[in-house]
Ligand binder design. Structure first.
Ligand code: ZN
Length: 319
């Protein structure tokens, strides 16, 4: 009896310590004022942490890309909105203004898709850069302009992910709508192209910027299933699958390695797109919108290795 009480007390103390550590971490991250960091020559990313639900302890990283092109700068995606606790949209606009030297222009705002966490600062960015067109695929347009919902209305997914839907008006005349499977965007930046990656949403596109060798992959892949393990802090230091280690007691590890797909949209089609594009496009580095790894960038080597080894990709592999 007393042994059981003792172990219950230990568990309660452990839970309380964990809650304190996580809360301190959350406060620290929430106060952080972000800026763009260089990924490679001509390509940058800004990552802010999104607290999806009050009390949710694992913040979701949301990255926005920035390419330096020969005709101006290209902003890729627009992150999350301002909310009561976090000024994500304001932070993003300030960070773009700080990253771009005075007198240089923004050639385009390039959207991968219309989910809430990719268009959050779109209105603010369009106001800050009134001459910059917004790039979008025509398969994605009905969700942004006609109020088409991403999930089946009334379904459990629709209720869980209702915040994915666009809920504010946009000036359609500012948009440059692309169509087809892929195409050049040389008129905005030499060597920039888009590639359709349907599945996560019907019209998601990824952007390849040849001069920097960076592929901005949006939500083509997303780590979504963390795996908890206990007491492995020493190993955690050298394990790049580890996304958080708390007090040397609990380790949060991505499972199986880096990525799984978001639980929205057409999973099979999403896998097909990820396998085909990561297996075939000529890139050096991949930026994902939600990357829980410390580096927040994939090398071509690790992305191609993923595509070659992932069980999801077996059926798409040609002999
Ligand atoms: Zn998405």
């Amino acid at each position: 009896m007393s042994g059981q009480t003792g172990s219950r007390t230990r568990r309660l103390v452990l839970a309380a310590l964990l809650a304190i550590a996580v809360s301190a971490h959350v406060q620290r991250v929430a106060r952080h004022s972000p800026s763009f960091v260089q990924v490679t020559e001509g390509a940058y990313r800004l990552t802010q942490h999104w607290y999806l639900l009050p009390g949710l302890t694992l913040p979701i990283p949301v990255s926005v890309g920035l390419f330096r092109g020969d005709k101006g700068w290209v902003i890729v995606d627009a992150g999350t909105k301002n909310n009561r606790r976090q000024s994500h949209a304001n932070n993003l606009v300030k960070a773009v203004q700080a990253a771009i030297p005075a007198g240089e222009r923004v050639a385009a705002i390039a959207l991968t898709h219309g989910h809430h966490d990719h268009v959050g600062a779109l209105v603010e960015l369009m106001a800050a850069y009134p001459d910059a067109p917004v790039l979008l695929h025509d398969q994605e347009a009905p969700f942004l302009f006609e109020g088409k919902p991403y999930m089946v209305p009334g379904s459990l997914d629709a209720r869980k992910y209702q915040w994915f839907d666009m809920d504010w008006p946009l000036a359609k005349e500012r948009f440059h709508i692309v169509s087809g499977k892929s195409g050049s965007l040389d008129q905005f930046a030499s060597g920039l192209s888009f590639h359709l990656a349907p599945g996560h949403t019907p019209g998601q596109i990824v952007y390849l910027h040849k001069p920097s060798g960076v592929l901005f992959g949006g939500d083509i892949l997303t780590l979504i299933k963390p795996k908890l393990s206990w007491g492995e802090a020493a190993a955690a230091q050298s394990d790049n699958r580890v996304v958080a280690a708390v007090l040397g007691l609990v380790t949060v590890r991505s499972f199986p390695f880096h990525v799984l797909h978001a639980p929205v949209g057409d999973l099979r089609l999403s896998e097909k797109s990820a396998c085909e594009l990561l297996g075939s496009l000529p890139f050096d580095k991949v930026l994902l919108a939600h990357d829980f790894s410390k580096a927040k960038v994939w090398t071509a080597e690790s992305a191609k290795a993923w595509a070659a080894a992932a069980p999801e990709c077996q059926q798409y592999r040609t002999a």
